[in-house]
Design a protein around this ligand. Structure first.
Ligand code: KG4
Ligand code: ZN
Length: 369
């Protein structure tokens, strides 16, 4: 069964056709990052307009030469004016093709990405159904959530961030240090060069706080502190560090567009960036270790834009191997927002959603589960 997946929840206009939930037959992503870069973040109005301009072309090229048996679309969470564009396009297309529409949760779809593979490849891992219970971590610009995945669609949030998502923490630090938008990939590159210049050692790093919330704070909303993170203390620590160090103030505006490899890996700036990334990575690794000790999981499934981070991938691989379970991560091209994850997850939901999705509205604050 071929499903067309459409994704417009944020700043990527994306569509893909996926066979039987896993084999990606086509995958088209138009990224709006250059449009939002001058503003240092995603501007909803600009996102919506760009989706309107690009959606027809993106969907057409994803569908080129493919038979489509159903249409799937993200209906939340995300930016309302952006979600509306994809949802309306998908409704119109499902009606005109005479096929079912399947409405999909964007965060759940990120956790499907490790199961995707390209046309003709051997599947990289068993089907999700053979790996329950799994521990899931969705880590992106909007989310940092740990899920107990007991079965298809049976997600329970067991831990989360109390404030910023990890991606947001990367992006804000990058902005503060004058490194441009989006921050995650730039921080990753600079930190990688720092680690390489220091023989992989973290010894010279600045000991930024590792984001462990205090027990009993109301923001935990009943979740255990040992499975939650808070990045507000880390951000404040970075700000204080910048205020104490004039060499980090008034960054050269040219840095915003410069290739991050131009930054000296032995500089104070590179050390600050690598230390900040390390604090995020170790906070996430620590909560993951705790989660893995609480239940005998068969697999650890990672998804979301921040799962592209090279240091996070390396450290979480160690965490999973300590627990003697596989870490399932997507290929880089499926880590950021894409239509293949929507089409892939929809295959497992095809009997639940179906034609009823034609009545669905966008759900900007949609939760998982
Ligand atoms: O999943 P995604 O594409 O969109 C959301 O659903 O939010 O994630 C985008 C986030 C951004 O905050 C971006 O800075 C971050 O993922 N990101 C990274 C890396 N690549 C993208 N963060 C850290 N390291 C990276 N290599
Ligand atoms: Zn996403």
């Amino acid at each position: 069964m071929n499903i067309l997946g459409i994704e417009t929840s944020c700043d990527e206009t994306a569509a893909a056709v996926v066979r039987d939930g896993r084999e990606v037959l086509s995958n088209v992503v138009y990224t709006q990052i250059p449009l939002h870069r001058p503003y240092g973040g995603v501007v909803p109005e600009i996102a919506s307009r760009a989706h309107v301009e690009k959606i027809t072309q993106v969907v057409k090229s994803a569908m080129d030469g493919q038979d489509v048996d159903a249409v799937a679309v993200t209906y939340g969470p995300g930016l309302s004016p952006a979600l509306i564009v994809g949802l309306n396009a998908a409704k119109g297309l499902a009606l005109s093709l005479g096929v079912d529409l399947i409405a999909i949760n964007h965060i759940e779809a990120h956790l499907h990405t490790p199961f995707l593979y390209d046309r003709g490849e051997t599947p990289p891992c068993p089907d999700p159904s053979e790996l329950y219970p799994s521990l899931g971590l969705a880590i992106s610009g909007g989310h940092t959530n740990w899920f107990d995945i007991a079965g298809a669609g049976e997600y329970t949030t067991i831990g989360q961030t109390l404030d910023d998502a990890a991606g947001e923490a990367f992006d804000k630090a990058s902005k503060l240090l004058g490194l441009g938008y989006p921050g995650g990939p730039r921080v990753d590159k600079i930190a990688k060069a720092y680690l390489a210049a220091n023989g992989g050692s973290t010894k010279g790093m600045i000991p930024f706080p590792k984001g462990r919330p205090r027990d009993g704070v109301s923001a935990l909303a009943g979740l255990p502190a040992e499975l939650c993170v808070s990045f507000s203390g880390l951000k404040t620590a970075l700000l204080r560090h910048v205020q104490r160090n004039p060499d980090l103030q008034n960054p050269d505006p040219a840095l915003q567009d410069a290739d991050p490899s131009q930054i000296d890996p032995n500089s104070h700036l590179a050390c600050v960036i690598a230390s900040y990334q390390e604090a995020i990575v170790q906070a996430v690794a620590d909560r993951t270790r705790t989660a893995l000790r609480r239940r005998g999981y068969k697999a650890f499934v990672l998804g979301g834009g921040v799962s592209l981070n090279s240091r996070l991938r390396a450290v979480l691989s160690e965490v999973a191997s300590e627990a003697r379970i596989p870490l399932l991560m997507a290929k880089p091209r499926y880590c950021g927002d894409n239509g293949a994850m929507i089409a892939g997850l929809a295959y497992t939901r095809r009997n639940i959603s179906g034609g009823a999705a034609l009545a669905v509205d966008v759900a900007p604050s949609l939760e998982v589960g």
